[in-house]
Design a protein. Structure first.
Lengths: 105, 313
């Protein structure tokens, strides 16, 4: 039985897919995942999910978006003057971080 | 859990649907979140006509994205509210349509001209963001969680609104003058966004004592003025003489509350303000006009095997 493994680097971050393990049950899957995926990179937590439980939908089933330029949706696209309110700066930073992470994946 | 325990434990994101909470808490939280959700929806309807009236394709795209976001925020908030088990999403939407649902004072006024858009998109959204940032620490966890997503998106709304203001205030003399007039009309309403002063606020004490509300009306209003008066001046807007605003020795501002029209504010709060009823009924008519779309989607979903997606998922 194949178990897909998701690794979380730090508390609060997303679990991202990092590979899979072969194991007869959940307990063994957790142990194998810890050995194979939790040793070399900094790890806060791992998820194991039976492969057949994963649902998939791809470009043949549905037309995905994300191909048009939507830079107008980001605070970073607007050049305004003067100091921004703290919460506006925070939001802009969160957006910039999300944008950067999108590039990494 | 009784109300004393709630008050003792009250802290950021302290309570979730797993907790057994007293009715008093759940009702106060419902009232607060339902008001917030309704405001997102009514704000979106107020701004919607300006997608069509936008002066350029860039503005049209950004404005339509923004309106779409606000409707989404409404859905997130209805979900956070319905998880309290006091009212269902349908009951809240029905109340909004029949005039029982309460929402923000600013969205009871009609908006007629493009020069008014930054009054909402910059100043009102800026005021809202100031408040929402504090609500990420509210005690009802689903509400705080919704605020994370809302604050993430809202930065774009405020910056885009500011960009429109900047464009108008560096435009023709006529544009600048019209923008100044719109500002004078909206300014007192924007200040009233934060509600009456603490001593006259109806629900503040309880909401604060159980951790739902994180900052008082007065603190929020002052923080807003400190940030946005310099911004308005920077773009060449003149702050109206009334309401009188006093600059404190430390450079912060305080507003003379008696200069504001509180009769109108409380008429609005009761949904008895004539132009506001126009907004409520306008939305109701629009809802009914697109009933067939919702019906089609719902029928289609049940035909596809009963996996009707939840609106906020």
């Amino acid at each position: 039985m194949i178990w897909e493994v998701f690794r979380q680097e730090k508390a609060g971050e997303y679990h991202t897919h990092c590979g899979n393990v072969h194991a007869p049950d959940r307990e063994m899957a957790k142990q194998f995942a810890a050995v194979q995926h939790g040793r070399r990179k900094p790890t806060n937590s791992l998820w194991v999910v039976p492969q057949e439980e994963v649902g998939e939908i791809d470009g043949e089933d549905v037309a995905f978006g994300g191909t048009t330029d939507k830079s107008y949706r980001w605070a970073t696209a607007y050049n305004t003057t003067g100091a921004d309110a703290r919460e506006v700066v925070e939001s802009e930073d969160e957006q910039a971080t999300a944008e950067k992470q999108r590039g990494d994946d | 859990m009784n109300i004393d325990t709630v008050k003792e434990r009250a802290g950021p994101r302290e309570f979730s649907p797993a907790d057994e909470l007293p009715r008093e808490y759940r009702e106060a939280a419902t009232r607060m979140i339902e008001f917030h959700a309704n405001s997102e929806i009514m704000g979106a309807y107020l701004e919607r006509p300006f997608i069509r009236q936008a002066p350029s394709i860039d503005r049209k795209l950004a404005f339509s994205a923004k309106v779409q976001d606000e409707i989404g925020h409404g859905q997130l908030l209805y979900r956070a509210a319905e998880s309290l088990g006091v009212k269902t999403r349908e009951e809240m939407l029905d109340d909004l349509a029949n005039g029982d649902g309460k929402f923000l004072n600013c969205f009871h006024y009609p908006m007629e001209s493009w020069v008014e858009t930054p009054m909402i998109a910059f100043f009102v959204d800026g005021a809202a963001m100031r408040r929402q940032a504090t609500l990420r620490r509210t005690s009802w966890e689903p509400y705080a969680h919704a605020m994370d997503k809302v604050c993430f998106e809202e930065g774009f709304h405020v910056k885009h609104g500011e960009d429109i203001l900047k464009e108008l205030m560096s435009g023709s003399k006529k544009e600048q003058q019209m923008t100044q007039e719109a500002f004078e009309e909206w300014w007192p309403r924007i200040i009233q966004f934060f509600g009456p002063t603490d001593d006259k606020s109806t629900h503040h004490d309880f909401a604060a004592s159980v951790g739902l509300k994180q900052q008082s009306n007065d603190d929020l209003r002052n923080a807003f003025l400190d940030q946005y008066i310099p911004k308005a001046r920077k773009y060449g807007l003149e702050i109206p003489d009334e309401p009188r605003i006093r600059e404190r020795d430390d450079g912060t501002y305080a507003v003379e509350e008696d200069d504001l029209n509180w009769d109108e504010f409380f008429t609005i709060a009761k949904n008895e303000f004539e132009p506001g009823l126009g907004q409520i009924n306008g939305r109701k008519t629009a809802q009914e006009a697109v009933d067939w779309v919702r019906e089609t989607i719902e029928n289609d979903a049940s035909a596809a095997g009963g996996h009707a997606p939840q609106a906020a998922d």
